[in-house]
Write a protein that binds this ligand. Structure first.
Ligand code: HEC
Ligand code: HEC
Ligand code: HEC
Ligand code: HEC
Ligand code: HEC
Length: 429
């Protein structure tokens, strides 16, 4: 199993002999690390691959994410075309975060190679060497890949990438270690190609870099903030986090360890389990004369806004009173509470030059922002006619999109347009 192949030696011999013309089509040629597909990493890191594959990182390109795809096609163009430019004649900034390996090559045909099509894949994060900040020295924004020093060498978090002593101690036999998920697998990160199941895996050397990989620096380049072309912040998770003064980093919640390995599922708004952990939701109801006074309390447990991220994320509360047969006798709103019960709808409004609500690409400013701030606790008060009421029930719903966008983008699958109930509370009277 742990045989070193002759590939790298053979390859050096070919180059050494001056036959470099062969190299472009040479089957022995190593791919540049940012072109190595996650399918290669899967050979050994099966569990992490599975977690990543189910995440939005693996589905971040305009081909794979239907919501991003809809916006990308409207605002930028065809993700299957090379040479696409923005209206201002620039390389589309979206690609810097949504298809980072293509951005590294300044390419816009996102299905040109597996590494482009995989979006935020293994090598996209594991080649980030140093976070430079999202604002450049000249004051301009540098987003996604541009916010980082990027390496040609894989970056590890330091558990298995401090191998220098091991190499010294086991001179000649570099493959004698394992442990953890890839136990019993030959290690291609020590600088030599290896074979496994008859397949050659190119050398993928690795540096130990806990400063980058074990802190929020691993996320901030893409998640800090992003402005549209009019300078309006569309998402600002990083800014929200900094303002919260939280000491706990993104990884504590978004990459918990599971079976001694950092979990790569990285759930957010598309992940019901994460959404259910975002707030404390409770209700207290008391009779007061002919009325029931109900207080619904929502406490945001996160060091960022609830909801955070894309500006069209929103939450709303439905509260209903039932009689003893379970019939609804009172509701805060018939359908969506946007009109009848404004306090129950928590969202960010983007506005055009005249202050009218508009979409992210055309926004000239931010309007009202009624989302819950980091760690905010908010009470919603209701007075409900008590006659015949046996039970009051409150439900909290999360939506990836504003109601208006759901109506507009009729082709989107219902699993991304349907409201998701993320919490509930009941009081018997
Ligand atoms: C969004 C960024 C991101 C992506 C995508 C990503 N990783 Fe990671 N990975 C990290 C970070 C950050 C850590 C360090 C976590 C820690 O140690 O706290 C890490 C840690 C690891 C570790 C060490 C695990 C441990 O607990 O010792 C392995 C192995 C790994 N990643 C492999 C992969 C593979 C394989 C893929 C693709 C299937 C992948 N990663 C995709 C960011 C990423
Ligand atoms: C041929 C098997 C093999 C392949 C393919 C492979 N790895 Fe690994 N990788 C290992 C072994 C062995 C270790 C040592 C640790 C262990 O046993 O988990 C390791 C460790 C790691 C670590 C942990 C570093 C640390 O500091 O703890 C990261 C990150 C990682 N690999 C990323 C990747 C990425 C990204 C790819 C694809 C580009 C990849 N690996 C492909 C075998 C492999
Ligand atoms: C190279 C850029 C990049 C890096 C680095 C990165 N992300 Fe992401 N992340 C994205 C993109 C792009 C998406 C959105 C995919 C989509 O919805 O189209 C995303 C999605 C997410 C989501 C899910 C959002 C949803 O809609 O459900 C979470 C949570 C997340 N990232 C957390 C992290 C964390 C934690 C880190 C650091 C360990 C990190 N990301 C590093 C680009 C990145
Ligand atoms: C205390 C736990 C916690 C910490 C710390 C935390 N988050 Fe979250 N995050 C959550 C939960 C829970 C959700 C799901 C609810 C929501 O969307 O706000 C979430 C959602 C997200 C989303 C999804 C947004 C979307 O559009 O779907 C992103 C992106 C994100 N977090 C990024 C980060 C980043 C970046 C950091 C570090 C700067 C961070 N988070 C720190 C708990 C946390
Ligand atoms: C700085 C990095 C960055 C840039 C640049 C960027 N995005 Fe994103 N985008 C993200 C991240 C991270 C998420 C997911 C988490 C969140 O909501 O914050 C996301 C989410 C989205 C979503 C929501 C996807 C969903 O599944 O709900 C849309 C739509 C979107 N982006 C469109 C675009 C378009 C169009 C562009 C270019 C004009 C663009 N983005 C540029 C980082 C970026």
């Amino acid at each position: 199993m742990r045989n070193k192949t002759k590939t790298s030696m053979l390859f050096s011999a070919i180059v050494f002999c001056g036959l470099s013309l062969v190299s472009a089509t040479n089957v022995f040629a190593d791919k540049s690390i940012h072109q190595v597909s996650s399918e290669t990493c899967k050979t050994c890191h099966k569990e992490i691959y599975k977690q990543w594959k189910g995440s939005m990182h693996a589905n971040s390109t305009a081909f794979n994410d239907p919501i991003h795809g809809t916006f990308y096609r409207n605002v930028v163009g065809d993700p299957g075309q090379e040479g696409v430019k923005t209206k201002a004649g620039k390389f589309p900034v979206c690609i810097q975060c949504h298809a980072p390996n293509a951005a590294k090559d300044k390419k816009t045909k996102l299905d040109a190679t597996p590494a482009y099509a995989e979006g935020v894949n293994c090598v996209a994060c594991h080649t980030l060497k140093k976070f430079k900040g999202t604002t450049a020295a000249n004051g301009k924004m540098q987003l996604g890949m541009m916010a980082y020093e990027v390496s040609d060498v894989l970056q590890g978090s330091g558990r298995h990438s401090n191998t220098k002593l091991q190499k010294l101690a086991s001179a000649g036999d570099a493959f004698g270690f394992g442990g953890g998920e890839a136990d019993q697998k030959p290690n291609p990160h020590l600088g030599e190609a290896v074979t496994i199941d008859g397949k050659t895996i190119q050398a993928m050397p690795m540096e130990s870099n806990p400063t980058q990989l074990r802190s929020s620096d691993a996320c901030m380049g893409c998640h800090d903030k992003r402005n549209n072309s009019h300078g309006v912040p569309l998402c600002a998770t990083g800014d929200e986090y900094i303002a919260s003064n939280a000491q706990v980093d993104c990884l504590s919640c978004h990459m918990p360890t599971n079976d001694a390995v950092a979990d790569h599922s990285m759930g957010g708004g598309h992940d019901l389990g994460m959404l259910q952990r975002s707030v404390l939701f409770s209700m207290d109801s008391k009779k007061n004369g002919g009325n029931i006074m109900s207080t619904v309390t929502i406490k945001n447990k996160q060091p960022h806004t609830m909801p955070t991220g894309a500006p069209f994320r929103n939450i709303y509360v439905k509260i209903s009173a039932y009689d003893k047969s379970g019939n609804v006798v009172w509701q805060n709103a018939k359908g969506h509470p946007a009109k009848e019960d404004k306090q129950a709808f928590m969202f960010l409004t983007l506005v055009d030059g005249d202050g009218k609500p508009t979409g992210p690409p055309t926004a000239k400013g931010q309007g009202a922002d009624t989302r819950l701030k980091a760690f905010e606790k908010r009470d919603l008060e209701y007075s409900i006619p008590a006659k015949g009421v046996e039970l009051v029930r409150a439900e909290l719903y999360y939506n990836l999109l504003w109601p208006g966008l759901v109506k507009k983008f009729t082709k989107l699958p219902t699993d991304v347009t349907a409201p998701k109930m993320i919490a509930s509370a009941e009081n018997s009277l």
